[in-house]
Design a protein around this ligand. Structure first.
Ligand code: DAH
Length: 342
């Protein structure tokens, strides 16, 4: 077979194979097959050694022309394929802007936050101001100024997380009473919500970290009836008409007299049920008239001013309000539980 025929054969191959290439990679394979180091046209070039010297120039020219031609064929096919690939990519990337967007899942407020907001709304509505303070607290505020002397059982290392001899994780929000009295002038009306810590067991009604909201009112002529009236208003506002308070005498070092306060059981409205253990009442807070000793230690003249204070357990309120049977549910972050508060 002469050189012309051989080239024609390769040309034929190129023409049929070129149409079959379905992408730039297939095209590259074809280029290698014909023009590559071991390609068919390259083989012809190599075979030139066997030709007579007279035949060589013509054969060489034919091969070079063929190379140029094939290269041009490959290039033009490459342009075609690139255009096709681009078109396909554009089609694939098209965004249908009329499609409804996937909805991100919305979170919801935690039941403790919900309860806190209700309490804050209620008390700010009565003229109280929110004041917050440190969870890492000086012994001086947490105990000393609250009239809890060095040998008081509440200081027992079993209850208190000590950081060092003078610093504790606050065991209640009551130190905020001292912080308020030392920085504000009467009349004072504040609520102080926040986290508190006790070396407690973890069970259905106890956690080493929980929340309280302290309340404090200091003014001239503040008496126990003001305290009761304020807490009754809070009970009605939060739980509705007919819910009232019951005061039981109690003891706290920082109040005198002191009381523990029960609310009419919201589940049975006082008839007695499983939740209130048949009593018709639920214990929710401690309160009392600010001990004159505390007033004096905090720089307030106890012959001119008096005051009342209360401390509400936030978990109790939230658990009652939303019928949560186990405190641990409030801290575990289980979405099946939290999703119910949307
Ligand atoms: N601090 C008390 C506690 O943690 C609660 C308390 C009782 C707060 C009586 C008060 C109060 O303000 O007057 O148990």
């Amino acid at each position: 077979m002469g050189m012309k025929e051989k080239i024609a054969e390769i040309h034929q191959l190129m023409a049929t194979e070129l149409g079959k290439t379905d992408g730039t990679q297939a095209l590259e394979n074809l280029r290698v097959k014909v023009l590559g180091k071991k390609g068919e046209l390259t083989a012809l070039l190599r075979g030139m050694g066997q030709l007579s010297p007279e035949e060589r120039p013509a054969a060489g020219q034919l091969i070079n022309e063929a190379r140029e031609k094939f290269t041009a064929m490959l290039d033009s096919r490459l342009q075609e394929l690139k255009a096709l690939e681009r078109e396909a990519a554009l089609k694939k990337e098209t965004i249908d802007v009329t499609q409804p967007a996937p909805q991100p899942e919305m979170g919801s407020e935690h039941p403790l936050t919900l309860a806190l907001h209700e309490l804050v709304d209620c008390f700010t509505g009565m003229g109280f101001e929110v004041m917050e303070g440190p969870e890492v607290e000086l012994d001086h505020y947490n105990f000393e100024l609250m009239n809890i002397p060095k040998n008081h059982p509440a200081r027992d290392a079993q209850d208190t997380f000590y950081i060092d001899d003078n610093i504790v994780l606050r065991t209640h929000t009551s130190p905020m009473q001292a912080r308020a009295m030392l920085t504000k002038k009467p009349p004072i009306r504040i609520i102080c919500p926040g986290r508190v810590y006790r070396a407690d067991e973890v069970d259905a009604t106890h956690s080493p970290v929980f929340h309280q909201m302290e309340g404090l009112v200091i003014d001239k002529d503040v008496n126990m009836a003001d305290l009761r009236g304020t807490l009754n208003a809070f009970a009605e506002r939060l739980y509705g008409k007919g819910i009232t308070t019951r005061f039981r005498p109690s003891f706290f070092p920082f109040t005198e007299p002191s009381a523990e306060v029960d609310l009419t059981c919201v589940s049975c409205h006082g008839k007695g049920c499983r939740i209130c253990k048949g009593t018709g009442w639920i214990e929710v807070l401690g309160c009392g008239m600010v001990n004159p000793k505390v007033l004096e230690m905090c720089g307030i003249d106890s012959t001119v001013y008096s005051g009342f204070a209360f401390g509400i357990g936030l978990e109790r309120i939230a658990m009652q309000r939303y019928s949560v049977p186990d405190m641990r549910l409030l801290y575990e972050g289980d979405m099946r539980f939290l999703g119910q508060f949307k």
